[in-house]
Design a protein around this ligand. Structure first.
Ligand SMILES: *Cc1c(COP(=O)(O)O)cnc(C)c1O
Length: 821
């Protein structure tokens, strides 16, 4: 049967949107897809039926989008990322398809509360933090801005671990997001590919083989099969595809072994294959380092590249036009091996010569760098790389000799410079440098904020930048305001619409109109009432979840993000201890009631990060039980921070903590979500905070601390934390209290090592920034006391954050890197 090309096939009628039709359809789905009637259906069945009804409508647009892409024959974007932190999709898809109200009405007519079933949808937590969430925001914005795009990643069976807190310590539990099935995805068996590992490389056979052509004979092979999830843009204009790979063995079971009685051995190969898509490595800002991780990187890079090349040949027939039709963006170095994989495919499968293959590769790839932390730069031991990917090792050497020859010819680098740009780190154990490979194989390398991009040029890529001065460019991150304003904060969204109309929903820069309401006291009152309602909702949630009691009348001061020393949750906790001390010493002062909320996961192997979580719990317990500060200070660690938790916490925040050591946070995106939801930022001049200050105005943000330059200078001059601590009575007291066990009487030395680290080394400049941070917090108190002033500043934040929409980010990528009209 071949129906391709037939035009007279019956077409299904596009789905209708009215509530009555929807209600009918949902019941139909329950009956015929799930096999239950409305009386017998459980909440999960309803969720499933609702998703199927939304999905149908998404599919109509998905098909037209795909059609349009083919007809236009333009360039497509392929976004390769080992992480996509997309969270829940139901509200997102329904809202973007503009059917949320109708769906709510339809469900109400069936006696079902949409909020209750929405709660049941698991978070697709296929990412650690900012990097994975950026990938999700960019996917949504590409669909919104009408960029034809595919996201490529791995369909981890167990995404980010679920965090429980037991006796104050983080406990990691497996997240089983697929337990009830995933109605959003479609398995596409027909687009499966073989992925090889190990084995040997022989010269290619045949007279016509080019000298560069080789035949790789892998020792091990697995099958990559994709699952497609439609990603709908705003107003459903375009629906793009998120294609996630899963791994299967070639033989599900080795029957000869099984029949010989070796039942486990018969499944060993199968288990080894399936391990590839089992876990997301839970380390953020540091490389995983294990062989399985490199296997994952190659697995998804190879499958994606084979898919891209297959699609290109199917539609355009000529491999040499690939760069005109495909733009492949590498989200960090995790997919950097794709550079060598494309060269391999072009040389070995398509018989191109090396110069041509290399030219095509560089014109196709571009690379986004996400961190300058030296410990986070990915590299692989040469022996491991060679054993797993023998053909790619040869290609890396071949690329390297060209790169180094070019560098020598250019004369811009000395020997040391040539050593630093080499794809092979020759100091000690030889390693393949994935950052250099990604840079060398790309025509564009971008940072994610202005500061980070500038620093990139003088740190990690200083020498490569000298050699290729036109390649580095900046693309400041953004977030999608559909999810991070319209869906998560309907109260504020309604208020904005009332004031300035709906224009901002299609053009976030139109939020600017709100500026004229900032000083309007009636509007301020409404704004504060919305904030108060959001804080009430968070209080209720925390009471239900963790039996916490927080007063929505207090200032909600929130720090939620991965736990990392450079993000300085410890600075916040030490200041909290100091504030506690000051309130107890001066109960007569007019203190501002504060609720300090912390949330975030620690990498399971990151000892200090886990200790910081424990400290947050210990500090919370002590403070919350002390009658002397009742009603003035409350501290709470909120477990299992994820996208869904962020969607409740961010709209409820008054104060957003963005306090990383300057120069160490590449951009941040949490900072943007808070500001557009009307929180004031207390922050350092780091990452995108710098640009946020420029946009919202320095009167509407609370900046403190050393600049990146100053941090650098202090370190170079031999920073002595002891001298700084000795000069600050408050800091000395707080450090001594924590180190001596005031908050951990059950184990007085628990934090001794952590605090000793500040006395003796303090790489993250906690002591250096403490007084400035503490003073900034007291400025926050002063602002809070005049609620009209506070509201005015918060409204200016909402009004002036339009630029940080990921739509703007995507338009910049499209114009400058991908060259899409
Ligand atoms: C936005 C977001 C992040 C990133 O937060 P930063 O403060 O920029 O580190 C991490 N995790 C989740 C769940 C997010 O939504």
């Amino acid at each position: 049967m071949n129906l391709q090309g037939q035009t007279n096939l019956p077409k299904p009628a596009p789905r209708q949107f009215d509530p009555q039709v929807l209600a009918q359809e949902i019941v139909e789905r329950l009956t015929y897809r799930i096999g239950k009637n409305a009386q017998a259906a459980k909440p999960h069945d309803w969720l499933h039926a609702v998703i199927l009804s939304i999905r149908d409508r998404v599919i109509d647009r998905w098909i037209t989008s795909t059609q349009k892409t083919y007809e236009e024959e333009g360039r497509r974007v392929y976004y390769l990322s080992l992480e996509f932190l997309i969270g829940r999709l139901m509200r997102d898809a329904a809202s973007n398809m503009e059917m949320l109200d109708d769906m709510q009405a339809a469900l109400a007519s069936l006696g079902v509360d949409i909020d209750l079933i929405a709660e049941l949808e698991p978070d697709a937590a296929l990412g650690n933090g900012g990097l994975g969430r950026l990938a999700a925001c960019l996917m949504e914005s590409m669909a919104t801005v009408d960029v034809p795009a595919y996201g490529y990643g791995i369909r981890y069976v167990n995404g980010m671990f679920r965090q429980e807190i037991s006796d104050g310590w983080q406990v990691e539990l497996p997240e089983t997001w697929l337990a009830h099935g995933n109605p959003w995805e479609f398995e596409r068996r027909e687009a499966s590919y073989e992925i090889g590992f190990g084995g040997r490389v022989d010269p290619a056979e045949g007279d016509s083989a080019s000298p560069h052509q080789m035949q790789w004979r892998p020792a091990e092979r697995v099958i990559a099969t994709p699952y497609d999830t439609p990603i709908a843009g705003w107003r459903g204009k375009r629906v793009n595809t998120l294609r996630l790979w899963t791994a299967q063995p070639i033989d599900p079971i080795l029957l000869d072994r099984f029949n010989a009685g070796d039942h486990l051995g018969a499944l060993a190969e199968s288990n080894r294959a399936e391990a590839l898509a089992r876990v997301l490595y839970p380390a953020d800002s540091s490389p995983a380092g294990q062989e399985l991780r490199l296997r994952q990187e190659y697995f998804f890079s190879s499958a994606s590249l084979q898919d891209i090349v297959r699609r290109h040949l199917q539609y355009f027939g000529d491999i040499t036009t690939l760069p005109d039709k495909a733009a492949i963006q590498l989200n960090d170095t995790h997919p950097a091996v794709a550079v060598a994989e494309l060269v391999r495919l072009l040389l070995d499968d398509h018989g191109l010569d090396f110069d041509e293959a290399w030219d095509i590769t560089r014109r196709t790839f571009s690379y986004t760098n996400h961190t300058l932390l030296p410990e986070a730069l990915e590299s692989w031991p040469v022996p491991l790389f060679e054993r797993l990917l023998p053909r790619h090792m040869q290609i890396v050497y071949a690329i390297n000799s060209r790169l180094l020859a070019e560098a020598r010819r250019s004369g811009v680098l000395d020997d040391q410079g040539i050593g630093t740009i080499s794809l092979i780190d020759e100091g000690g154990e030889r390693r393949v440098r994935m950052g250099n490979l990604a840079f060398a194989g790309s025509h564009s390398i971008n940072g994610v904020s202005a500061l980070h991009t500038d620093l990139m040029k003088v740190t990690v890529f200083a020498d490569l930048h000298k050699l290729y001065p036109a390649r580095i460019n900046n693309k400041t991150n953004g977030v999608t305001y559909r999810r991070w304003l319209m869906q998560c904060n309907p109260g504020l969204t309604g208020l904005i619409r009332e004031a300035i109309g709906d224009g901002f929903m299609d053009d976030p820069e139109a939020l600017r109109d709100l500026d004229r309401f900032a000083a309007d006291s009636a509007f301020q009152d409404k704004f504060l009432a919305v904030k108060r309602a959001n804080k009430g909702a968070l209080s209720t949630l925390l009471r239900q979840r963790i039996n916490a009691r927080i007063d929505p009348g207090a200032l909600f001061d929130i720090q939620i993000k991965r736990i990392h020393e450079y993000k300085r949750q410890l600075l916040n906790l030490i200041e909290t201890v100091s504030l506690y001390d000051q309130i107890r010493s001066h109960p007569e002062k007019d203190w501002v009631p504060r609720v300090k909320l912390f949330g975030g996961k620690a990498a399971p192997s990151y000892h200090n990060a886990k200790l910081i979580i424990k400290l947050a719990g210990d500090v919370a317990r002590t403070i919350n039980h002390d009658p002397a500060v009742q009603g003035l200070l409350k501290v709470q660690f909120v477990p299992n921070y994820n996208v869904s938790m962020a969607e409740v916490m961010i709209p409820a925040a008054d104060l957003s903590e963005q306090i990383s050591t300057a120069g160490m946070e590449a951009s941040g995106t949490g900072n943007m979500k808070f500001a557009v939801n009307g929180a004031l930022t207390i922050g350092t001049l780091d990452g995108a905070n710098v640009e946020m200050r420029d946009h919202v105005g320095e009167d509407n943000i609370v900046i403190f601390g050393l600049t990146a330059q100053q941090v650098n200078d202090r370190r170079a001059a031999g920073y002595a934390p002891r001298d700084v601590i000795d000069q600050s009575k408050e800091l000395t007291q707080a450090l001594n209290a924590i180190a001596s066990g005031v908050f951990s009487p059950d184990d007085p030395d628990r934090y001794k090592g952590l605090i000793d680290g500040i006395w003796t080394n303090d790489w993250f400049m906690v002591a250096a920034d403490f007084d400035s941070y503490s003073a900034a917090q007291r400025r926050v108190d002063a602002l809070w006391k005049d609620q009209a002033i506070w509201a005015q500043k918060a409204i200016h934040n909402v009004a002036r954050m339009g630029w940080f929409s990921s739509d703007r980010t995507i338009r910049e990528y499209a114009a400058d890197i991908w060259k899409i009209a």
